[in-house]
Write a protein that binds this ligand. Structure first.
Ligand SMILES: [Zn+2]
Ligand SMILES: [Zn+2]
Length: 206
């Protein structure tokens, strides 16, 4: 597909198909697959700094915009071309997101890094996003690797992975865990010997 995609249409399609995150430490593109199936969600962060396990910060950001309903979330880390310098992670993340929008596999792309910034400026000027220049396609892209799967339990009403800096409480009935701050419970240490029910279970019991 060689036609460009209008930049205005991307704002609608990006959140469901591919979003590029620009945190201070990571530039990555999560591509979600079956985000809200009942049991499990699968997500592929395309990160030019991979292979590595996603940090809590990356997992938190992915969950914050995908809001998985599932109780487990699989972060399936696909190897893509590593960035050849320390400053092009943002433009490579946009290039990877663009490949996903065009229905292609970013893991096949060997980017022509020297032309990427110029290409991005042209896209902005033309109000149209086109595929970024590549040097070549990998015949066999780096693919999935079992050791690169990370499975996280998703908790609470905020649908986040466990954050060890926040105290949590377990519902005495459904055995799910909630952050005190998310459910308006201060001083969780006072609840250690008491039964506590989440709002769903509380409704069922009353
Ligand atoms: Zn929470
Ligand atoms: Zn409960």
């Amino acid at each position: 597909m060689n036609d460009g995609t209008s930049l205005s249409s991307i704002s609608h399609s990006v959140p469901s198909a591919a979003s590029s995150s620009m945190s201070s430490k990571s530039r990555f593109v999560p591509s979600s697959v079956s985000v809200n199936t009942p049991l499990v969600s699968v997500n592929t962060p395309y990160d030019s700094l991979v292979p590595r396990k996603p940090s809590y910060n990356v997992k938190q950001q992915i969950c914050s915009f995908l809001r998985p309903l599932a109780n487990s979330f699989i972060f399936d880390i696909l190897n893509i071309m590593p960035q050849p310098n320390s400053y092009d992670c943002g433009v490579i993340a946009i290039a990877n997101a663009t490949e996903l929008l065009f229905g292609n596999n970013p893991a096949k792309c060997v980017w022509d890094v020297s032309k990427m910034r110029e290409h991005l400026i042209q896209c902005f000027q033309q109000q149209k996003i086109n595929r970024f220049p590549i040097l070549r396609e990998r015949r066999i892209p780096f693919g999935h690797s079992v050791k690169n799967f990370v499975i996280e339990d998703i908790h609470c009403t905020c649908r986040m992975p466990e954050d060890h800096s926040k105290s949590m409480i377990e519902c005495s009935l459904c055995k799910k865990w909630f952050h005190g701050a998310c459910i308006g419970l201060e001083g969780l240490e006072n609840y250690t010997d008491k039964k506590w029910f989440c709002s769903k279970c509380d409704c069922m019991l009353s």
